[in-house]
Design a protein around this ligand. Structure first.
Ligand code: ADP
Ligand code: MG
Length: 253
């Protein structure tokens, strides 16, 4: 059975895209068939795995708004076992265009159903908002992975996200679970990092992943080479952490 994970937090810059790319690639490296779905108009997940956006003719926008079969927009990446559904800036219009369409929150769920048998994991990278696109992701998913940056305002905004999760569970997807809370960009040299970890654990208890993602320059460099860090420099601390995370995610299934 496929496991569909949405990676969401309406805050920007918390590590959603970095996690989608490197968790997706790590699961692929350890032998799972993975589909990485980019639903952020920025398209950073797509470019981060080497897809040249200028060459993308159809993207997730055409699936959500234009009824193009998902199959037609899937691209095989250079990473074995890793396929990608790209997003381009065109997707920015979807929030408004979907408002008046039928079953607007179920577009992604319906599209993923048509290919779900081919994959072990489908990872959805969400945009930094709680709009219709993120609702589509939460409606399609079995689990939500919430990246939380180890910084002073770490927990800010999470109440709003959790309220959205409750609404989705009540009205759209009763099977949605919080798969886990992932601490990102941890800097061992500061006390703040430790404090944030303690605070997030106090709040979320066992839902927090054992694996903590360190702040690591390889993770931020890799996208400019169009490669996941777990390919670009598999020995780096950042890559090692994402491989560990993949094992944890696998063990939770
Ligand atoms: P989001 O998708 O939530 O907006 P990103 O994954 O794009 O966040 O991360 C924001 C920025 O921080 C990017 O430039 C990314 O390369 C960088 N970054 C993310 N995680 C790390 C990390 N663990 N160490 C260093 N830089 C990181
Ligand atoms: Mg992002």
């Amino acid at each position: 059975m496929v496991r569909i994970l949405a990676i969401a937090n309406q805050k920007g810059g918390v590590g959603k895209t970095t996690t989608a790319i490197n968790l997706g690639a790590s699961l692929a490296i350890i032998g799972h068939r993975v589909l990485l779905v980019d639903t952020d108009p920025q398209g950073n997940t797509s470019s981060g795995v080497g897809i040249k956006k200028a060459e993308v003719k159809q993207c997730i926008y055409d699936v959500l708004v234009g009824d193009v079969p998902l199959e037609d927009v899937i691209i095989t990446s250079d990473v074995k076992n890793l396929d990608v559904v790209p997003a381009t800036i065109q997707l920015a219009g979807a929030e408004i265009e979907l408002v008046s369409t039928i079953s607007r929150e179920r577009r992604l769920e319906n599209a993923l159903e048509t290919v779900s048998e081919r994959y072990d994991f489908i990872i959805i990278d969400c945009p930094p908002s709680l709009g219709i696109i993120t609702l589509n992701a939460l409606t399609a998913a079995n689990g939500l992975l919430i990246p939380v940056q180890c910084e002073f305002y770490a927990l800010e905004g999470l109440t709003q996200l959790l309220n959205t999760v409750k609404l989705v569970q009540r009205h759209l997807n009763k099977n949605l679970e919080i798969e886990g809370v992932l601490l990102t960009m941890y800097d061992a040299r500061t006390n703040l990092g430790q404090q944030v970890i303690a605070e997030v654990k106090k709040h979320f208890g066992p839902q927090v992943y054992q694996t903590v993602i360190p702040r690591n320059v390889r993770l931020s460099e890799a996208p400019s080479y169009g490669q996941p860090a777990v390919i670009y420099d598999v020995k780096s601390k950042g890559a090692e952490a994402y491989i560990e995370l993949a094992k944890e995610v696998k063990a939770n299934v």
